[in-house]
Structure formats: C-alpha cells, structure tokens
Design a protein around this ligand. Sequence first.
Ligand SMILES: [Zn+2]
Ligand SMILES: [Zn+2]
Length: 83
Amino acid sequence: MADFFCKNCGFKATSVAFLTGHPCSNHSLGPNKGKCELYEGGQKKQYTCKYCGFKSASIAGLAYHPCTRHPKGANKGKCSPAL
Ligand SMILES: [Zn+2]
Ligand SMILES: [Zn+2]
C-alpha cells in the first residue's frame, strides 16, 4: 500500500483523505493552524528544498529546516521539498 506524506511536516498516512484531515504541526500559518497538505512528489531516498537546495533523507528533516532562500526572506520560513 502506498504511503502519502505531508509536504509541511512529513506526517505519513495511508490515505490522502486521512492526511488532509490531520492538523499540521508545521503549517505555514503556524503549528496546527491548518491541515496537512499532500506532497505530490512521491517517496524518494533524498529530498531537496526547492528554494535553497538543502537536502535531507526525510521530508520532516527538510520541512523543519530554516530556509536561507525562503521567498519571505532568509530564515523567515522553512525549507520546502521540490517535487
Ligand atoms: Zn503536516
Ligand atoms: Zn530551503
């Protein structure tokens, strides 16, 4: 069975419906201020930030990392996995 991951916190679920109904601990509006969002890139060995190129073996490791090239400014937001 395929696993689905949240692109903001790395939360893993076995269905998209369950994932998108789960409060996100790393939502862009603040912790638990919104629901998890589906990462559409599929499962990878390594994830790369679409802004700064930071690499991590897990979405969570990347999504909690302060981004040096975030659109809002350096370290004003977290890294975001490229698809
Ligand atoms: Zn989430
Ligand atoms: Zn980054």
